[in-house]
Design a protein around this ligand. Structure first.
Ligand code: ZN
Length: 316
């Protein structure tokens, strides 16, 4: 076992404990002196690590190294977003709580779901918040998320993380390979288009507004002047599979349908949509009503003709 290993251990002890490397080396030498040189530098470093409660058993992984199905996942990352604590009723009739985080490191980011009340209380007490660096131990990968139960560990970390990847990691995939909570993009044809639906939202909190005898109101903001939003359901087909898809305002604008409130225009545009091909990006979610996966499209792009040509030439 060479010096390289020793250096790595010292590095890791320093990172985990916050102690200077010189201080660790001093402790290593002190330990060796005490044991009359019967222990190697590396061995002494291991003892120092154990004394500081630092374990080498469970190596930490970078977020882009995580794979679906992994157990005992350990990572360190910065919280870049945090949902409010949500409560729900369990099948037994108890009250349960859940919190969703997005945790990022210098390679990627990932959704982390907290189910354990001890972990959630760290959020409730503000000990873990946006921008906190946290250490996760013994998490399980479910689809593309890390889930933390009562056997998992979650604690604030003293480690500093400067650069994190905050952009959504969107993978190009075939519809047949879509998994729940994937962020994906796919090139697909519109094979069914349903009539757009309209709804009103509060201009401040963007939540659905309630229509009253006179005007609209928001549960939080009272009487409001709402914004009108459109929603379209499409069925997309990329040759591998079809999927029901939901497009909201920003995504709909990518379909170039013109005036959505002009009903004659809509009839024409809906027919034009059938058989047209776009690149759709979004998230795969469970539709609880239909109990089916659904593609929530956030962005629609026209196929770039150059890319299409290049692909066709490749195929021929
Ligand atoms: Zn509101």
């Amino acid at each position: 076992m060479g010096d390289e290993n020793y250096d790595k251990i010292v590095e890791k002890i320093s990172k985990s404990s916050g102690l200077e490397k010189e201080e660790i080396e001093r402790r290593v030498e002190a330990k060796r002196a005490k044991l009359a040189g019967l222990i190697s530098k590396e061995g002494a470093a291991q003892v120092i690590a154990a004394e500081l409660g630092i374990s080498f058993d469970n190596e930490k992984l970078k977020i882009d190294e995580l794979l679906p199905g992994m157990r005992k996942v350990n990572i360190i990352g910065k919280i870049i977003s945090l949902s409010p604590v949500r409560t729900f009723t369990t099948k037994k009739g108890d009250e349960g709580k859940v919190v969703n985080l997005i945790v990022a490191d210098d390679t990627s980011n990932i959704k982390v779901v907290l189910w354990d009340t001890n972990h959630i209380s760290l959020v409730e007490k503000g000990e873990i918040k946006e921008d906190s660096v946290i250490e996760i131990g013994n998490g399980s990968m479910r689809a593309n998320e890390i889930h933390l139960g009562s056997f998992s560990e979650l604690k604030p970390s003293k480690e500093k993380i400067e650069k994190v990847v905050t952009e959504k990691i969107v993978k190009e995939k075939n519809i047949a390979d879509f998994k729940l909570s994937d962020s994906v993009s796919t090139r697909a044809f519109v094979v069914q288009a349903f009539e757009p639906k309209f709804f009103h939202v509060c201009p401040e909190c963007k939540k659905k507004a309630t229509q009253e005898a006179e005007g609209f109101s928001c549960a939080e903001h009272g009487k409001i002047n709402p914004e009108k939003k459109a929603l379209i359901n499409l069925v997309l087909d990329d040759g591998t599979e079809t999927i029901r898809s939901v497009l909201f305002q920003e995504a709909i604008s990518g379909l170039n349908m013109g005036d959505l409130e002009d009903s004659e225009n809509l009839i024409i545009q809906r027919e034009n949509l059938l058989g047209s091909e776009f690149t759709f990006s979004g998230e795969v979610r469970m539709n609880n009503f239909f109990n089916n996966p659904e593609f929530i499209v956030g962005n629609v792009k026209e196929i770039e003709p150059d890319k299409l040509l290049a692909k066709l030439e490749e195929e021929n």
